[in-house]
Design a protein around this ligand. Structure first.
Ligand code: PLP
Length: 294
């Protein structure tokens, strides 16, 4: 059985400047119950989370994940997270990680109904072994998101730009992809614009340009995508945020789904049709993503 680690956190106010937050964490047995039966907001998915990749005990891109946690908290009207406290909890979790790849999850839910404060906890566990997927690639299907590209602006309460605990739709999309004989999905707006994958960002290579859907509020801005664009720019490539028509997926020179734990998975087929992929560049990209990144 794989190891696991869990900390329950008593969230501190964002202006709490104490030097040592250790007393606000309680290490708990990850296989034992820890949440109150009254933890209604978690049952409703009314909370936010982050999944941070850990390589050899180094938690990757912590600041970018914390910035997104703050962004998600604002969109969901949750109290402003105390970043020094979360950073301290991540350090404790990362120090518990075994060699190899792991994942640290940060969870902040609205808490017990009528309760005084949000509920917060951090877990760490081994990551699944994605080495074969990174090399062999994934077949994807495009799925209608059922929303047009203007939906996020018209209906901000859909929280499309927040990393909320409500992933039932995302998981259903992956099951639908598998029913259709693929490995993963890409959500497309009802007016034909590429959004994102259920748990990853989409990046296309068109000639020497790397393009990703603009972070317009309809999608989550991926920390991996941002980090990868920095790497590609350093290699002299042009990068761009654009409205990406769904038709571009089939004609791109290469395409990837990128995310914090699986890293870059090259796309090998779209809606049943094989597409080009660049094994050498994918290898370089994943070597970069596996190197320590802050
Ligand atoms: N988009 C969605 C919906 C996601 O769930 C994720 C990650 O889980 C991403 C994009 C990629 O984000 P990151 O690169 O920060 O893992």
């Amino acid at each position: 059985m794989t190891w696991r680690f869990a900390l329950m956190i008593e969230p501190a106010a964002s202006d709490d400047t104490r030097e040592d937050f250790g007393a606000t964490f309680q290490r708990v047995d990850p296989s034992a119950p820890a949440l109150s039966v009254g933890e209604l907001s978690t049952q409703r998915g009314d909370g936010i989370f982050e999944s941070i990749g850990v390589v050899g005990g180094h938690a990757q891109e912590v600041q970018a994940h914390l910035d997104r946690l703050v962004h998600s908290a604002r969109l969901c009207d949750l109290p402003e997270p105390n970043l020094a406290q979360w950073r301290a909890a991540i350090e404790v979790a990362a120090a518990s990680c075994e060699p190899g790849e792991s994942v640290i999850k940060l969870i902040l839910s609205r808490g017990v109904e009528h309760g005084p404060a949000p509920t917060a906890w951090v877990t760490a566990a081994h990551a699944a072994d994605f080495r074969a997927v990174r090399e062999r690639g994934i077949r994807i299907v495009t799925l209608d998101r059922g929303l047009d590209s203007g939906a996020a602006a018209r209906a901000p309460w859909l929280l499309l730009g927040a990393k909320t605990l409500s992933y039932a739709v995302n998981m259903a999309a992956i099951r639908e992809a598998k029913r259709r004989g693929a490995d993963d999905a890409i959500f497309v707006s009802s007016d034909g614009i590429v959004f994102e994958a259920p748990t990853a960002s989409v990046i296309l290579r068109i000639g020497d340009r790397f393009v990703t859907p603009e972070p317009s509020g309809s999608i989550l801005q991926g920390t991996t995508q941002v980090s990868l664009f920095e790497f590609l720019e350093g290699r002299g490539f042009e990068t761009a945020y654009e409205a990406v028509p769904a038709a571009s997926l089939a004609t791109a020179d290469a395409a990837w789904l990128v995310s914090s734990v699986r890293l870059a998975a090259p796309i090998t087929a779209i809606d049943g049709a094989p597409v080009a992929h660049d094994a050498e560049l994918t290898g370089e990209i994943n070597a970069y993503l596996l190197s320590p990144r802050d």
